[in-house]
Write a protein that binds this ligand. Structure first.
Ligand code: PGA
Length: 265
């Protein structure tokens, strides 16, 4: 796990956007498969990618995108649906084809069947090249709440009270927050070839410390990322404040910047 402790959300957005830009440019005409997340954490990175699209010609025209999750019961286009969120905050502002932005159908008659089909759709697309993640204050990634199986697949999950409270800021009242979601599982997320997780603020500090340094456990679902070979974590000082090894992470990043490893001979 490569941990970047940055001054603020804008600095973090650049680190995340660099990874996206490299992935998109690296895929060339065959197109990258991007794994997108909703919530507030990725928004600064999306804003930076929109800027690069407008000002620097970064094109997403060949890319496809898959969302992590969707509320059960919200129809496509609902104001608080993640289908809508990702369009408002990212994909409708760049040149990706709208039909290439895929999310589970929260209004499906059979949400369990929809979840299983979504898992297969991801596989059929060849898997995700770069997945962006936020993290819940309770350590969830996507809607894999504490207690989730570490090998879970895309499925219907019940949201915890703390997640409903965290997300009620987007709704008129906590009682309006859907109580279930279709979410990629932890095993599904681990199949992404590269993962970047971003978090800011003190409210995430405990979850970030567990993610990077805690024992791998269903109690803190994000700890499963310790078993993935290519994870970058981008956090501000407040979110990094409970990391015991923060000095080592800072030293490692400085070493890479000031004394990069170059092939010998
Ligand atoms: P946030 O949510 O980015 O809005 O803080 C993250 C999450 O709950 O996964």
């Amino acid at each position: 796990m490569e941990i970047h402790i940055v001054d603020d959300a804008d600095a973090g957005a650049k680190v995340v956007a660099d990874l996206f830009e490299r992935t998109v440019r690296g895929a060339g005409e065959s197109g990258a498969v991007l794994g997108l997340a909703t919530g507030s954490s990725p928004v600064p990175a999306y804003a930076e990618l929109i800027r690069r699209h407008r000002e620097e010609g970064l094109s997403f025209a060949a890319s496809r995108a898959f969302l992590l999750d969707e509320y059960v019961g919200l129809p496509v286009g609902h104001e608080q649906s993640y289908h809508r969120f990702i369009r408002d905050n990212f994909t409708a502002q760049v040149d990706i084809d709208d039909s290439a932005v895929v999310s589970p159908d929260g209004a499906a008659d059979d949400p369990a069947a929809e979840a299983a089909a979504y898992d297969l759709r991801l596989r059929d697309a060849g898997g995700v090249d770069l997945q962006i993640l936020g993290i819940g204050s309770n350590g969830h990634i996507a809607f894999n709440e504490p207690g989730s199986s570490l090998v879970s697949r895309t499925r219907v999950v019940g949201l915890t009270r703390s997640t409903i409270e965290d997300n009620s800021r987007y709704f008129d009242a906590p009682s309006d927050v859907p109580v279930r979601a279709i979410s990629q599982g932890l095993g599904t997320i681990l199949e992404a070839r590269r993962i970047v997780l971003t978090a800011t603020g003190e409210g995430k500090a405990e979850a970030v410390a567990q993610l990077a340094e805690g024992a791998v456990s269903a109690r803190w679902p994000a700890t499963v990322l310790q078993a993935h070979p290519d994870v970058t974590v981008v956090v501000d000082e407040a979110a990094a404040s409970k990391l015991e090894l923060a000095d080592y992470y800072r030293y490692s990043r400085a070493l890479e910047r000031e004394n990069p490893l170059t092939p010998q001979g």
